[in-house]
Ligand binder design. Structure first.
Ligand code: OOG
Ligand code: MG
Length: 262
């Protein structure tokens, strides 16, 4: 299967990038090309990465999306999807996000990993944990470039899996001695409960999300470099936010991370 032509892949990269920069929603890409595949979605993502890095943007790591049942049910998608984390989309813990720069932001609570050593190939959960420098609480701010967050798997992958901003912080810890499956996660919006889960909500174990990421990278001949940040995926449904909202994610033993929307 040859997939979409290089020309269409380039046009799709233009389309999602324009929507991001103009802060205006577009129809999902498969409306124009229903034959678009998941592989085509990743080709668009590859094209975006080339454009971004040649413009001087820095890849800080990767995000795993749709890794919990809550997210699969919410998005109507049953397969995890991987995306790129650009260093300039990092918001400091306790910092602010300008709502005007986003189309229709949503937040989700995640457990993030920072890798101490490179990982490649068919790794095991224990190998991921051994290669982990620390784990910490995270908030991902999503902003689908598609109208009403309505998309399918190929389209959302081409849209860099709705990545917009990420916040990491709290009290980072080495994973040794922690059972990451059991970590309670509580997300609050304006002091009220907006979702809760345990680490196991993500593929049975948050490190399983990193295993899947490393295999996906290996499939395209890549590795997960030392120093990479990995967002393992929302443990609960994503929640819409607007101006004035304040969101915190509390993760047992890992402290609290927060962000304010202005
Ligand atoms: C796609 C991105 C999903 C996650 O953590 O599940 C994601 C979306 O829901 O818009 O980042
Ligand atoms: Mg996410």
């Amino acid at each position: 299967m040859a997939g979409l032509s290089a020309q269409v892949i380039g046009i799709f990269a233009d389309t999602v990038e324009r929507a991001r920069l103009d802060v205006s929603a577009i129809a999902k890409l498969t409306d124009a090309h229903p034959e678009m595949s998941v592989a085509d979605g990743y080709r668009v993502q590859d094209e975006l990465l080339i454009r971004w890095t040649s413009a001087g943007r820095v890849l800080a790591g990767y995000k795993c999306g749709v890794t919990s049942k809550a997210k699969m049910d919410q998005m109507g998608i049953a397969t995890p999807a991987f995306g790129l984390l650009l260093a300039d989309t990092c918001v400091p813990d306790g910092g602010t996000v300008e709502v005007a720069g986003l189309i229709h932001p949503k937040v989700e609570a995640e457990i993030a990993f920072v890798m101490a050593s490179e990982l490649s190939g068919d790794v095991t959960l224990d190998e991921v944990l051994a290669a982990t420098d620390f784990v910490m609480p995270a908030i991902e701010v999503l902003d689908s470039r598609f109208e009403d967050f309505r998309f399918d798997l190929p389209s959302v992958i081409a849209d860099n899996t709705s990545a917009a901003r990420y916040v990491v912080g709290g009290a980072p810890r080495r994973p040794g001695g922690l059972d990451l499956r059991l970590l309670g996660v509580v997300m609050e919006r304006n002091g009220e409960l907006a979702g809760c889960a345990a680490g196991a909500a993500v593929m049975g174990h948050p490190a399983a999300s990193v295993v899947a990421l490393v295999r996906w990278l290996a499939d395209k001949g890549g590795v997960l470099p030392a120093g990479s940040l990995v967002m393992t995926g929302g443990v609960t449904e994503a929640v819409a936010v607007g101006t004035g909202d304040h969101v915190t994610a509390r993760v047992q033993h890992l402290g609290t991370v927060g962000v304010r929307f202005t």
